[in-house]
Design a protein around this ligand. Structure first.
Ligand SMILES: [Fe+2]
Ligand SMILES: [Fe+2]
Length: 200
């Protein structure tokens, strides 16, 4: 499901071929970054709830999504524990910041762009979790990523569906294509990366 570019995940380009081997060689770093990504995903969903309290249709789906991301966060923390890796502060990668530079400041375009950028972050996570789930030799990590990638694919769809509630299907489609191209370039500039992360 996650390998189908332009269909289910709407990604403009697959991950750089060098990412997977680098990630496999540094799984503790990837897991630590992954934990931060799950927590951040919950936080961004929460921030949308606070910014758009009058958008009734956003409330329950984003609340559920935030809870799911926190459950993912706790799950990844358990895997860090299992591997003896201490959770610690980490400087965020430039990826999300660069992606969000494309968010237009005025409403309602801001809402559309936020929802679609979040949908693309979910899609990229899903793509990478799929790569990991197919390549990892560690059984526990492989099943962690196998289990999570379906949720992240669903989150991608949730964000796009929410955008369609408030904007015309054509407007959503055109903007999603443009932002997907931007997302691929935000990712590309991270490579070669000094630290391998979920989003480099
Ligand atoms: Fe998640
Ligand atoms: Fe997610």
């Amino acid at each position: 499901m996650c390998g189908m570019f332009g269909t289910m995940l709407n990604l403009h380009a697959p991950s750089h071929a060098a990412w997977l081997p680098a990630a496999l060689a540094a799984m503790d770093d990837v897991l630590l970054d992954h934990a931060h990504c799950e927590k951040k995903a919950a936080s961004t969903a929460m921030s949308l709830l606070f910014r758009y309290p009058d958008h009734l249709e956003l409330q329950r789906p984003l609340s559920e999504l935030a809870r799911e991301e926190l459950a993912h966060f706790e799950l990844v923390l358990r895997h860090l524990d299992r591997r003896g890796v201490r959770f610690k502060r980490q400087r965020p990668s430039a990826y999300a910041g660069r992606l969000m530079e494309a968010v237009r400041p005025q409403e309602p375009e801001r809402l559309l762009d936020m929802l679609l950028c979040m949908s693309l972050i979910e899609a990229r996570s899903c793509e990478r979790m799929k790569l990991l789930s197919e390549a990892l030799e560690d059984d526990e990590l492989r099943s962690l990523y196998k289990g999570l990638l379906a949720s992240e694919a669903r989150h991608h769809t949730t964000y796009v569906d929410l955008a369609r509630l408030y904007f015309d299907a054509d407007v959503v489609r055109v903007r999603l294509e443009a932002l997907a191209a931007h997302e691929a370039s935000a990712l590309e500039r991270e490579w070669p990366a000094t630290h391998v992360r979920m989003h480099t």
